[in-house]
Each structure stands twice: as C-alpha cells, then as structure tokens.
Design a protein around this ligand. Structure first.
Ligand code: ZN
Ligand code: ZN
Length: 435
C-alpha cells in the first residue's frame, strides 16, 4: 500500500513537472514572439511617431509664427489705440454724418488712424460751403459724397499722426489738406487738366474733430500753413483755388471790365480776386447785405436788382456806349443766370459758366448772338494742385481779405442750425465750424 501511494506521488510529481516544464516552454515562446511583435511595432512605430512629431513641430511652429504675428498685430493695434486714447484721452470723436436729405447727425465715431502714407489732422476750422449746402439739401453729391458719410471738405488743422513713410509732415505741423487729388496718370492729368482727372479722389469729413487725409492728398494736395496765417483763413484755400481757376480760365487781358453774377461766397471771391489783380469790376447781386460785402471786397460798381432785364441794362450802362463787359463770370448756378451772362458781354467777349446747375438742367441760348458776336464760352470746374498753391500764397500775402469771408463761428453741435440759416438766405458768407 505504501509503495502504491509513493508511486502515485512520484508519477504525479512527474506529471506536474512535465506540465510545468511544458508550460514554461509555452510561456517562453509566447514571450519571445510577443517581444518580436513589440519590437516590430516599436521599430515601425518609431518612424511614425517621428514623422508625426516632425509634422507636428512644423504645424506648431507655423501656428506659433502665425499666432505671434496675430498677437503682434493685436498688440501693435492695441498699443496704438491706447496711445491714441492717451494722446486724446479717448478713442472716439464727434463728427457730422450725412444720412440723406437735410439729415446730418452729430455722432460718436472712431478717431481715424493713419495708415502708411496717411495723416490724421486735428480740425481747427472747417468752413461751410455752397457745395455742402447743396449736398445738405439734396442728400448726396454725384462725384463727391454718397451717404451715409462723413461730411464737410474745407478745413485746416494740425497734424496729430503721420503714417509710415510720410516724410513731408510731422505731428504739430499746421496744414491745409485739399478736398481732392488727381491721379497724375490719366490723359487729363498728362495734359495739365488735373481738375478733370478721370480718377479724382475726394475726401470728406471736415466737420469733425479729426480727419484722415488719404495718401494721395497727403503727397499732392496738402500744404503747410505759414505761422502768420490763421488756420481759419487757410481753410479758404479750396474755394479760393476754384475762384482763381475760374478767373484765370477766363483769360483776362489788361483793361478788361469783369462782371461777376452772384453775391454768394464764390461770386464774392472771384470778384475779390479780379479786383486784387487790378481789374475794373462790376458785381451783380440781389440782396442788400451782399452790396456792402461786394464794395468791401473791391467792386468798382455794384448792380443790385432782382430783375434780370434791369440788371443787364444797368450793367451795360456802366460800359462805354453800353457795349457790354469784356468778361462775365456766372457764379450762381441757375439757367437764368447763365443766359444773363451771355447778355452782359460785348462782341468778342468771354462768358464763364462757373456755377454748376442741378443735374439734367438745359439752357436755351441765342445762337445768333453767340455766333455773330463771336462770344467765347467757358465753364471752369474745380482746381488743380498748382492753383491750390497759388490760392494759399494769395491768402498768405495778406492782400486777400480772408477775414471778410468768415462771418460767423459755430460749434459742431450747431451744424444743423447753421445749414438751416444758410438755406434761409441769411447774410452769412461762410461760417467757421469749430469742433
Ligand atoms: Zn467748397
Ligand atoms: Zn488723372
């Protein structure tokens, strides 16, 4: 019995040992195979991981670079905004915004920033103008302004910011920035007729605390104002340039008698320019208040009449044998005044239709008179950079009575009231709008 048990135990141990031995082998095989698999995976995987890491790094670097740029732009923009805010104490300003017919609102808008080549100018004075009044009444200007838009175009002020690349101007400079600049490349520009440029760039926004001056106007039509000239006077450069242009375009000759129809700001300016140039002048006005202004500005004669027939008679009576004036410049912008101008000139005389009538206006003229009296017709529009410089020089000379043209002053808040007054034919010539 004892042997049987012993045998059984012995056999059992062997079995167990065999099982253990076999099991160990199986485990070792599995481990070995698995290690190979893992090594394979690791080997192949490494490439993959490295590729992923590499690609990822690039992506990350791009993102970092791009991100840095974005962050830098944001920081730069933010810094400038903050600088602006520090400089001016805020980031918004008051500005007149034209919304449509007789609808101008004073609104809070962002203070402009100067991009490359541009200027931001603090407006010291903006002047009301017949064109702005027309725009106020009509709600738009085909060539100059489409609402909603910043409004006003005659201004002078102080540079507060010069964009990258601007070398002619720096903060603190007193400047007058014109309302437009020609391209310098088109057919008309190449012929010296920049006022007719196919791509005339207009700028508006003078009725505001600050105005942005586009780079073309900075490089072509922004002028430094001499220290002796008040900025308010310098703001007259734009309308005066139109007046000088209209007068010169009429090709006056020594001894000519010049008649100017209209006692508005431009009529009076052309009259003053002609008088300063030494010509005998006749001013045709309608209202009492305009008579005094015309006399003060050098009119040799003033004809005041609301009847066109009478005005023509009275004007002719001032010329030898009633032959008529040498030059008649129309500065009202209505068909009757255009016809009147043709009736004022002598044989061989020159008429300048300076005042622009509303769109689609037609005028009937006596062809016999035009032909057999050999009358020259001109119609001067706008200004050129050279004439703008001439106009500022005339203001700076001190001979031009700039102060006589600015008959009122008002705050930006009062702009609507000012325009309503102008529409009601007040005796104001120009009002300086001070923000
Ligand atoms: Zn104007
Ligand atoms: Zn051009």
């Amino acid at each position: 019995m004892a042997n049987t048990v012993k045998d059984a135990l012995r056999r059992g141990r062997k079995t167990v040992e065999t099982v253990v031995e076999e099991g160990r082998k199986t485990v070792e095989s599995v481990v070995e195979e698995s290690r190979k698999k893992v090594e394979n995976v690791v080997e192949g995987g490494l490439d993959t991981v490295e590729t992923v890491v590499e690609v990822g790094l690039n992506t990350v670097e791009t993102v970092v670079v791009k991100g840095r740029r974005k962050v830098e732009s944001a920081v730069s923009l933010g810094r400038r905004t903050v600088e602006h805010a520090l400089l001016r104490g805020r980031t918004t300003m008051q500005a007149a915004v034209l919304h449509g017919r007789e609808d101008v609102r004073i609104e809070q808008v962002p203070i402009p920033m100067a991009e490359a080549g541009e200027l931001v100018v603090h407006v010291d004075a903006a002047l009301t103008c017949g064109t702005d009044l027309k725009v106020f009444r009509r709600g738009y200007h085909a060539r100059m302004i489409v609402p909603p838009a910043l409004f006003g175009h005659e201004m002078a002020g102080t540079v507060v910011e010069a964009g990258q690349g601007v070398t002619d101007f720096a903060p603190g400079d007193r400047v007058v920035a014109l309302n437009s600049a020609p391209c310098g490349k088109c057919y008309y520009c190449s012929r010296g007729q920049e006022n007719l440029c196919d791509d005339l760039l207009f700028n508006n926004g003078a009725y505001a605390e600050f105005i942005k001056i586009p780079d073309r106007i900075v490089s072509k039509n922004t002028l430094k104002v001499p220290a002796s000239v008040p900025l308010e006077h310098a703001a007259l450069t734009e309308p005066l340039a139109c007046a000088v242009h209209g007068f010169e375009d009429s090709e006056p000759r020594e001894g000519d008698v010049v008649a100017v129809i209209g006692g508005g700001p431009l009529g009076l300016m052309i009259l003053h320019v002609a008088a300063l140039a030494g010509y005998e002048t006749i001013s045709l006005v309608k209202r009492e208040g305009q008579v005094e202004a015309a006399k003060q500005l050098g009119a040799t004669h003033v004809v005041q009449s609301s009847s066109i027939r009478k005005a023509i008679e009275d004007t002719r009576a001032l010329t030898p044998n009633g032959r008529g004036v040498d030059i008649a410049i129309e500065a009202v912008g209505v068909p009757e005044a255009w016809q009147e101008a043709v009736e004022l000139v002598r044989k061989g005389g020159t008429v300048n239709f300076f005042g622009g009538c509303p769109k689609n206006t037609n005028v009937t003229l006596d062809t016999n008179r035009l032909h057999y009296s050999d009358i020259t017709l001109r119609a001067t529009f706008h200004h050129t950079p050279a004439i703008c410089r001439k106009a500022l020089a005339l203001i700076s000379s001190g001979r031009f009575q700039a102060g006589a043209f600015i008959t009122g002053r008002a705050h930006l808040y009062e702009l609507n009231r000012v325009f309503e007054n102008l529409m009601n034919r007040s005796s104001e010539i120009k009002t300086a709008i001070v923000p």
